[in-house]
Design a protein around this ligand. Structure first.
Ligand SMILES: Cc1cc2nc3c(=O)[nH]c(=O)nc-3n(C[C@H](O)[C@H](O)[C@H](O)COP(=O)(O)OP(=O)(O)OC[C@H]3O[C@@H](n4cnc5c(N)ncnc54)[C@H](O)[C@@H]3O)c2cc1C
Length: 504
């Protein structure tokens, strides 16, 4: 149900922005700039940080770095303005999967919180009545948040490569078909859930069917074209249910949601590790524990959100098919034939809620760096029976999300930070999600600042020695004026002495 914004709000979102800015000022935002500008012969700016990705992570990181006194921050996103992240493109649920109280990008500033934003727009009662935050409101809130921090995103900007250049990082971009290069001291990859690879279409599907016969649920889907068609869905995650609902609303003749498990998962184990202790100190856990947690989350799926599940189940032409793996697929004249243990199912179109593949080599921005990054498979030897080829392909990140070079002489690699799904094994499954930001962003920010500080370690003492920032409001010649005054006082005393004596 859509909630209408308040007709006569007590305050507007612009008023809220002013309140938030007042709070920030009271908390000392932003810190004074502390990095000297690097000189360049061609006068082009060298960014302190280039953030690839203007989704919720990119924007929150930019805000936090700005707070900590960085002034040369660029945020690049290949999406159109306002379409950063999945929220208005391929996320198709009505509301977020995250509970409305599990938030954390507001840095404890109440007037920056999504709750205050929502109450300002729709009223306090509306927030009280809300079960989860509507997806489109979440994105509108993120846009407002970026506006409060005055974060500019360069849109339609695809990052094609990240490579070393004279002690810096060269970021190659394509904007409007034009290739450009920007230099940065550090780079943060905030490239999202598919940042370590690509959405996965099982090869047995793509090999058997023409591309127009199937879609991945995390890509563009022409739902209008599904009208009257029998749709086969593979997978039982949230996206499977959300896409099934969209297809049925668009007039699909039926949707059969097929999955291998005998029953849908009931419990969401992710909630069990979203604790402050766990999320703040995750990388301090041993390699074995982190590996075992990652293995657990590979096998334990989440249930679909209640609302998506209930909405889908209300459609008469929606069928849930547990214990129905797809064994074979073939295109026949009349239909796509999907062989299952219970016989052949016939469909006109397939939707694949099959997640993503971890494959750094398919990411354009990782072209140069991919084979220079240390991986879990090289750093950790799993105990017998706990091997996992997919987990082994994840980067073995340092405690601050930085890549670690495979070879120690490739030091530039550690100037690149992976705040995306690459961090799944090293930092846990939640870093980039809404529940993770509160704990994960400060860690990433510490890593970037640490790198920038260490880079200029040789300059610290010389700069300290010529540091000038007068606290006392007195002129430079104050001491010589005092000396002169003392001299005059002393000579006056000498002249006066006999008189004093004569008076005794
Ligand atoms: C359908 C769906 C629903 C979800 N629902 C929830 C939820 O309810 N709660 C939750 O916590 N999480 C949810 N997630 C996980 C969700 O993706 C993250 O929480 C959130 O989007 C992460 O934010 P991010 O900024 O890290 O990445 P994203 O929001 O994905 O942003 C990454 C950005 O990087 C840009 N980008 C990527 N590569 C490049 C490149 N080479 N050049 C330039 N730009 C690039 C993209 O255009 C994108 O805008 C959902 C994910 C999906 C797919």
């Amino acid at each position: 149900m859509m909630i209408a914004p308040l007709e006569a709000p007590r305050m507007t979102l612009d008023d809220l922005k002013q309140e938030a800015l007042g709070d920030l000022a009271a908390l000392g935002y932003p810190s004074a700039p502390w990095l000297s500008v690097l000189p360049r012969p061609d006068a082009a700016e060298i960014a302190d940080v280039i953030i690839v990705g203007g989704g919720q992570s990119g924007v929150t990181i930019a805000a936090a770095l700005k707070w900590d006194g960085l002034r040369h921050i660029r945020v690049l996103d290949r999406g159109a303005a306002g379409e950063e992240g999945p929220w208005l493109t391929f996320a198709r649920m009505e509301e977020l999967r995250t509970p409305k109280t599990t938030v954390g990008n507001e840095f404890n500033v109440v007037n920056l919180s999504v709750r205050r934003w929502y109450e300002t727009r729709y009223g306090r009662q509306a927030w009280a009545d809300l079960s989860r935050i509507p997806r489109t409101d979440w994105k509108a809130y993120l846009d407002w948040y970026a506006d409060v921090f005055d974060i500019e995103i360069t849109n339609h900007c695809e990052v094609l490569d990240v490579a070393p250049e004279g002690g810096l990082i060269a970021v190659t971009t394509m904007i409007g078909g034009k290739i450009e290069k920007a230099l940065a001291r550090t780079v943060v990859l905030a490239t999202g859930y598919d940042g370590a690879g690509a959405w996965r279409v099982p090869p047995f599907v793509s090999a058997a069917l023409a591309p127009e016969k199937f879609d991945h649920t995390n890509g563009p889907v022409d739902f209008g074209a599904l009208k009257g068609l029998r749709v086969g869905m593979l997978g039982h995650g949230a996206s499977a249910f959300d896409n099934a609902i969209k297809a049925l609303e668009a007039g699909a003749a039926s949707v059969d949601l097929c999955f291998r498990r005998a029953r849908l998962p009931r419990t969401n184990p992710h909630r069990a590790i979203e604790t402050p202790g766990m999320m703040t100190h995750y990388p301090d856990l041993s390699d074995t524990t982190r590996w075992d947690i990652a293995r657990f989350f590979r096998s334990a799926d989440q249930p679909p959100p209640v609302r998506s599940f209930e909405t889908a189940m209300r459609f008469e032409n929606f069928r849930l098919r547990p214990a129905t793996p797809w064994l074979d697929i073939s295109q026949k004249a009349d239909a796509i034939h999907v062989t299952t243990p219970d016989g052949v199912l016939e469909f006109d179109h397939l939707l694949l809620a099959t997640g993503m593949d971890v494959d750094l080599s398919v990411r354009p921005e990782l072209k140069t760096i991919a084979d220079k990054i240390a991986l879990w498979g090289e750093r950790y030897t799993p105990q017998d029976g706990t091997e996992d080829a997919r987990l082994a392909r994840h980067p073995y990140l340092d405690g601050f999300y930085g890549f670690i070079p495979k070879h120690p002489d490739e030091t530039w690699v550690s100037r690149v930070f992976a705040f995306n799904s690459s961090s799944f094994v090293s930092h846990g499954p939640h870093s980039t999600s809404i529940s993770g930001h509160k704990h994960a962003v400060p860690r990433l920010v510490r890593g970037v600042l640490r790198r920038l500080l260490l880079d200029r370690e040789a300059d610290i003492v010389p700069e300290l020695e010529c540091y000038i920032s007068p606290d006392l409001p007195i002129p430079d010649d104050f001491e010589s004026a005092i000396a002169e005054a003392n001299r005059q006082a002393a000579s006056a005393t000498e002249t006066d002495t006999p008189a004093v004596r004569s008076g005794t």
